[in-house]
Design a protein. Structure first.
Length: 259
């Protein structure tokens, strides 16, 4: 039977940093039915894969926003494990599996994962934009992109780029994986579906466009160029109905003028 950690969605409105969200989840995962737990900073740090100093910093911030209350326990004149009372928050919540900690996610990866999880439908699919993930997780878009790639590499999610009819990229389509072992089977299916030359050609063009990274400063300068190239590639690809080996060299030459 799977066990889940309940993270209230209201925490996204409290401007928590990824580190604070990770530590909060770590403390919640240790709580009893009475919303209380006793744990040392070392135990929390080990669970969250961070330093003890980071735990102290995050706990102070969580106290200030009222998510937890800390009690300093003293025995024989010495400080022992602190007591934490987790505030009972009503409303919608995100369910995260206890096994999430075994992947040793960084704070930014964890915040991105929980944010995408909060947007999932009943089929574990989500369609948030990179900007929306960035705003809710309180990290920059470049960090979101890096975190998503790491999450996909660890088998926690699958993502696919959605291309509109105009040739522009839409929001990514995400599938959250509860059982990471299913990723291997999915990758085998993708390889079988991508054997034709036409599919490989379209995939190569898509990867080329996707890997053009740029900052917000260059966004307005490069978007029009990228959209023009996407339309050209999409028009060229849609005009190909049957691809054989004799035409392959000719297609490669035509693609060079677009790429």
């Amino acid at each position: 039977m799977k066990r889940f950690i309940k993270i209230p969605k209201v925490v996204f409105e409290l401007d928590l940093t990824p580190l604070q969200l990770l530590v909060y989840t770590g403390i919640v995962s240790l709580k009893s039915k009475e919303n209380y737990t006793t744990a040392t900073a070392k135990v929390i740090a080990k669970r969250c894969n961070i330093s003890t100093n980071s735990v102290y910093t995050a706990v102070n911030a969580l106290k200030s926003v009222g998510l937890i209350n800390k009690t300093n326990n003293i025995k024989n004149g010495k400080n022992i494990a602190n007591g934490y009372h987790i505030r009972n928050v009503s409303g919608a919540f995100v369910k995260v599996e206890y096994t999430i900690f075994k992947f040793k996610l960084s704070p930014s990866e964890f915040a991105s994962y929980v944010t995408i999880k909060s947007k999932c439908n009943h089929a574990n699919r989500a369609f948030p934009s990179l900007k929306q993930i960035s705003e809710l997780a309180h990290i920059c878009i470049d960090t979101v992109i890096s975190a998503i790639r790491e999450l996909a590499g660890k088998g926690l999610l699958l993502f696919q780029h959605y291309i509109r009819r105009c040739g522009c990229f839409g929001h990514n389509n995400y599938i959250l994986i509860d059982e990471p072992e299913a990723v291997n089977a999915h990758n085998k299916i993708i390889k079988l579906k991508s054997t034709s030359a036409g599919a490989c050609l379209k995939k190569a063009a898509s990867l080329f466009l996707h890997k053009i990274g740029y900052s917000k400063f260059w966004a307005t300068r490069l978007d029009s160029l990228k959209n023009y190239i996407r339309k050209k590639i999409l028009t060229h690809y849609n005009s190909i109905h049957i691809v054989n080996f004799k035409k392959k060299s000719k297609i490669d030459q035509q693609m060079k003028q677009f790429i």
